[in-house]
Ligand binder design. Sequence first.
Ligand code: AN7
Length: 351
Amino acid sequence: MRWRGVIEEFRAFLPVTEQTPVVTLCEGNTPLIQASRLAKRICPHASLYLKVEGANPTGSFKDRGMSLAVSKALEKRARAVLCASTGNTSASAAAYGGRAELPVYVLIPVGNVALGKLAQAMAHGATVIQIEDNFDQALAIGKTVCAEEGFELVNSINPFRLEGQQTAAMEVCDQLGCAPSYHYLPVGNAGNISAYWKGYTAYHAAGQIAHRPKMIGVQAEGAAPIVRGHVVEQPKTIATAIRIGNPASWKLALQAVGESSGDMKMVTDEDILVAYHLLAAEEGVFCEPASAASVAGLTMCSQAGLVPEGATVVCTLTGHGLKDPDTAVSTSPKARTVKATRDDVLAALRA
Ligand code: AN7
């Protein structure tokens, strides 16, 4: 049967009624791909799966929560939706809000949003406002503006976002036939790791799975407030999606990690780029840099002996590689240009 999107497919677990208008782009049902070649390299005694969230309609996991958040905004007759964003939330809000005929306003940190995401927000018709500061400041202003204007804030502090995003954990269980032993995720504003834990917990309570995984969150070293235990005023990382210094769901993330006996780790930008290129070149899976933090974190943990033999590990790859073409091009070997002759092409092939 046709996949109908996360609200219809997981209706029993979500706060919707017959009166809720369903705004969907048929998000969810993303591939869970076994990564044997990568596993052999980074965690040879475990089974590794990639939850490829870049396969969602706007190219990131945000679509799951946005379907619900925009549906609920429409149900309560909001005048408009607004978000602050490092890029993916704005792309998703623009698409779903536009589809729902709601005005969409997005606040983004100027100069630190990947090109593909900016293009999406603009193409879907959102009003894009670039803030001369970072994401954390944009979110603070966004909250104030929404309160004053009566707009619906569709950042992950909107509880419906996490409700929708929890469906990814349920899908992983459905696809694996059980819960994994470990689940690795990149952490920025910390909503997604909290949502996965909520999803695993709901599935466990419903008797769908026998155990819940240990949740491992991975931050970028230059934007690792949770690992360091304090707000980072000037977050810095090549993974612009997770360039966040004061995560909104900080407490929920600590709860997920604590209750699951998991951990919160940090990795360098260099580690992120190594994982990013390995995923693309050896597994055929092109994700954006922030997404590769999950695999970089797994690599680090495995080297430290923290991945037991026989473990089943899932890494969520949160966004598509095409979101950030600049990083792909600037960190890969240059393409050569040659004269249009057989000899020149052969010479280039053999160089
Ligand atoms: C690809 O779009 O915060 O820990 O404003 O785009 O739930 O914040 C994006 C976050 C990981 C981190 N991977 O998830 C935004 C935004 C990608 C992301 C994260 C984001 P959270």
